[in-house]
Design a binder for this molecule. Structure first.
Ligand SMILES: Nc1ncnc2c1ncn2[C@@H]1O[C@H](COP(=O)(O)OP(=O)(O)OP(=O)(O)O)[C@@H](O)[C@H]1O
Ligand SMILES: [Mg+2]
Length: 427
């Protein structure tokens, strides 16, 4: 490999001699003295080794959060790897365009910055426990390693890394493919799949143009969304997390889900469809939300049905359970498991939405949908938490005109006047 060859040519005979000495001593030195010998040997190697190594792990904070730096480096290196790495990984993309390539593990590539050569390698740690399995081990960690000569340490730490971060972000934005995520049950968070969210490409065609609703309200929502997406400085100034909550309510089939898709398409955001019934407890919910990316819409559909958010249903179940306690131990166990299903509480959800934890990561929109707004706890939907309450109701004349345009491709018709008077401005 180019990097290894070049490094050793720089090190010259010093390292060669040291290695020879080390091998000889390993063989002939008394076993009980080898540990202290190794300590000193490592010190000498460190002294003679003229390179600095910087590691970027995939996860930060006890595996709670995917590292932004890691993702940016991945994007930055994807272009460079295509040109120079020998082993590449391919991800298939939308409409069978050419796949996105990235450097495979244990592969190294060279980069140059202001005339200084650096080396990047993609690595995985070896599992600490040995086991026979088809699947990768849980404690495996992925990371990128940057190696550079120590005389360029300042240039690299002060300028090169910021350059990689900026370029990586730009490349990621350019190549970004929007995704629709759904949460995995927590037993899939570890082991082979090891992922809290599964995703598919988000290709919903709904836009605000195709959405049939009151024209004024539509304009107001669009402006509100755009203002939010440009509001980074504003939120920082007023000391609030960069988040906005929308509550969409109305009868079934009136366009709540379509509006979420239109919002995502307008802002170019990802969508995280959070199925609360699959979340067992508040800590899981927190972990899931921490693992979402910025520029995303987190959706909880039919929130009134998802979970007991008022605590009343839980009390009722307990009461029911006491009334006819099953005598059969198997049924009893199954019932107990069912009870354990989800312990997400209203306070847990509220805490994740706008408590301290919500400030981890900005630019997120949270949307709740419901058919029965009156069932929701007022604390959950108070303004400030759910900043905008939007009612989507049955067809008004503005909505009818959109449908006529979408389906019949007409802007006007002699019957429009009559239809308007029948529908009224808004039902
Ligand atoms: N206001 C609307 N504008 C455009 N299309 C709509 C509208 N309302 C409903 N539709 C159409 O009706 C179908 C159902 O709409 P959608 O799934 O968005 O309703 P919903 O309010 O989310 O329903 P539910 O409460 O059952 O989840 C969609 O395929 C959509 O195309
Ligand atoms: Mg819906």
């Amino acid at each position: 490999m180019a990097m290894v060859g070049e490094m050793w040519s720089h090190l010259g005979s010093t390292m060669g001699t040291l290695m020879l000495v080390y091998t000889v001593f390993k063989q002939f030195f008394p076993h009980h003295l080898q540990a202290s010998f190794e300590k000193y040997f490592n010190r000498i190697v460190r002294f003679a080794y003229p390179y600095v190594e910087i590691t970027f792990d995939e996860f930060t904070g006890e595996r709670m959060k995917r590292s932004e730096a890691y993702s940016r480096i991945k994007s930055y290196l994807s272009d460079k790897s295509t040109a120079s790495a020998k082993r590449l990984k391919a991800d298939v993309v939308k409409d069978s365009q050419s796949p996105v390539l990235s450097m495979d593990y244990n592969e190294e590539i060279t980069d140059e910055f202001q005339g200084v050569k650096v080396w990047w390698s993609a690595n995985k740690t070896r599992p600490t426990t040995q086991r026979i399995s088809w699947y990768p081990n849980d404690d495996e960690k992925k990371y990128y390693r940057l190696t550079v000569h120590k005389r360029h340490r300042e240039l690299i730490t002060q300028s090169y890394i910021s350059h990689v971060m900026m370029e990586g972000k730009e490349i990621a934005t350019k190549k970004r493919q929007r995704k629709l995520y759904s949460n995995n049950p927590s037993q899939n968070w570890y082991g082979y799949r090891r992922s809290k969210w599964s995703n598919v490409l988000f290709e919903h065609p709904a836009t605000f143009d195709t959405l049939a609703m009151d024209a004024k309200l539509k304009e107001e929502i669009k402006n509100d969304l755009i203002k939010f997406s440009k509001g980074k400085d504003y939120y920082a100034r007023i000391g609030k997390a960069w988040k906005r909550g929308y509550l969409l309510y109305g009868p079934p089939g009136t366009g709540k889900s379509s509006m979420i898709a239109a919002m995502a398409n307008l802002l170019d955001y990802d969508v995280y469809d959070l199925e609360l019934t699959a979340v067992k407890e508040n800590t899981e919910l927190r972990r899931l939300l921490l693992d979402t990316s910025s520029k995303s819409i987190i959706v909880i559909e039919d929130i009134d049905c998802s979970i007991d958010l008022t605590g009343q249903r839980e009390k009722k179940t307990e009461k029911d359970g006491n009334e006819d306690e099953p005598s059969d131990p198997v049924t009893k166990r199954v019932k107990e498991e069912e009870k354990k299903e989800s312990k997400v509480t209203l306070s847990g959800l509220l805490n994740c939405i706008d408590g301290l934890w919500s400030s981890c990561g900005g630019e997120r929109i949270i949307v709740f949908t419901t058919n029965y707004v009156e069932k929701l706890d007022p604390a959950l939907i108070r303004r400030g938490r759910m900043d905008k309450h939007i009612e989507l109701s049955y067809c008004c004349f503005d909505a009818f005109k959109v449908f006529a345009k979408n389906y019949l491709e007409i802007d006007s018709h002699s019957l429009f006047g009559e239809i308007e008077s029948l529908l009224g401005k808004r039902i």
